[in-house]
Design a protein around this ligand. Structure first.
Ligand SMILES: NC(=O)c1ccc[n+]([C@@H]2O[C@H](COP(=O)([O-])OP(=O)(O)OC[C@H]3O[C@@H](n4cnc5c(N)ncnc54)[C@H](OP(=O)(O)O)[C@@H]3O)[C@@H](O)[C@H]2O)c1
Length: 274
């Protein structure tokens, strides 16, 4: 068992991966800006008040734990001061970034070419600049994460409510359980300064997703104008190799099966209808 882990920012992903982290680490701590409201699911000794914008809270981070950074790392000057204050450079550090780091407006090819971790990133995006700092100066491992879905974050609801619409744009998604497993595998096995794309390896167009959702769940989608960018197709080969090192594998490669399971769970949680 590993000694201890601090999860910075206990939102959707952090909460979902907590059981897995507790199986691997003897002690798991999690932070919130309002721990009394957002960390009530944890024992009091696991709860830490932490706000990157309030340096007076930085000293509450336990010394020598591994660190999983689960919120956008901005602004860069605070990120750097914080990293020095808690000696991030000598800890195992994994940062959740985003696939928006890869510029998608440049290619007119359709379908868009596959991209791996060597693709150009956009350093004008503040969080990308900070992630590169944490990676190159402090040895952090950056996970470039696709759209996260799972229980309570359901693409079917995104379609129903018009948050997304049918278009030829490609989207890359990752189930929160697979993201959690990847975070743990990265904390254990990834090389310092490494970068990993995190997606299910099955880029789809919103047209395909919307059509299938309409056919299987009878939910109509709105249609978007065609002037949107083409999106990206993200290779996840490196991430799959990482999961292999952990004797794990991707569990949710079939989006529609995963959506079926989420819908069933939602219905079960709602209880029998009257
Ligand atoms: N959602 C997606 O589809 C997606 C896709 C790609 C990448 N990502 C990235 O993946 C990471 C995890 O995503 P998520 O959706 O699980 O995140 P989330 O639910 O938004 O949770 C992040 C938590 O971090 C805490 N936080 C925010 N600002 C902070 C600050 N200045 N100082 C300290 N704590 C702060 C907040 O908790 P408190 O309010 O309790 O402090 C927040 O709930 C994020 O970096 C996100 O940008 C997300």
């Amino acid at each position: 068992m590993h000694p201890s882990l601090t999860i910075l920012g206990s939102g959707y992903t952090a909460k979902a991966l907590l059981p897995l982290a507790e199986r691997r680490y003897a002690h798991v701590y999690a932070t919130s800006r309002t721990p009394e409201r957002h960390l009530s699911h944890l024992s009091p000794e696991q709860r830490i008040r932490f706000d990157l914008t309030r340096p007076d809270t930085w000293t509450s981070i336990p010394t020598a734990t591994d660190v999983l950074w689960c919120f956008p790392a901005v602004p860069i000057d605070l990120v750097q001061r914080f990293a020095d204050t808690i000696s991030l450079g000598v800890r195992r550090l994994v940062i959740l970034g985003s696939t928006s780091a890869y510029n998608d407006g440049s290619s007119s090819a359709y379908p868009p070419p596959w991209i791996d971790e060597s693709a150009t990133i956009d350093l004008t995006i503040p969080r990308v600049k900070s992630e590169e700092l944490l990676r190159t100066a402090y040895g952090g491992v950056v996970l470039r994460v696709a759209g996260i879905y799972g229980p309570g974050r359901d693409p079917i609801e995104w379609i129903r409510t018009g948050r997304v619409s049918a278009s030829r744009k490609y989207v890359n998604l990752i189930h929160v359980e697979d993201l959690g497993a990847t975070c743990l595998a990265a904390l254990t096995h990834a090389d310092s300064g490494g970068v990993y794309n995190v997606s299910d390896g099955q880029p789809r167009t919103w047209n395909e997703i919307c059509e299938t959702v309409e056919r299987r769940w009878n939910i109509r989608s709105s249609v978007s104008d065609e002037s949107r960018p083409n999106g990206k197709r993200l290779s996840n080969n490196k991430m799959c190799e990482l999961l292999d090192l952990d004797r794990a594998g991707l569990r949710h490669t079939d989006l529609f099966e995963a959506l079926e399971a989420i819908q069933k769970n939602t219905l079960n949680e709602a209880g029998p209808s009257r």
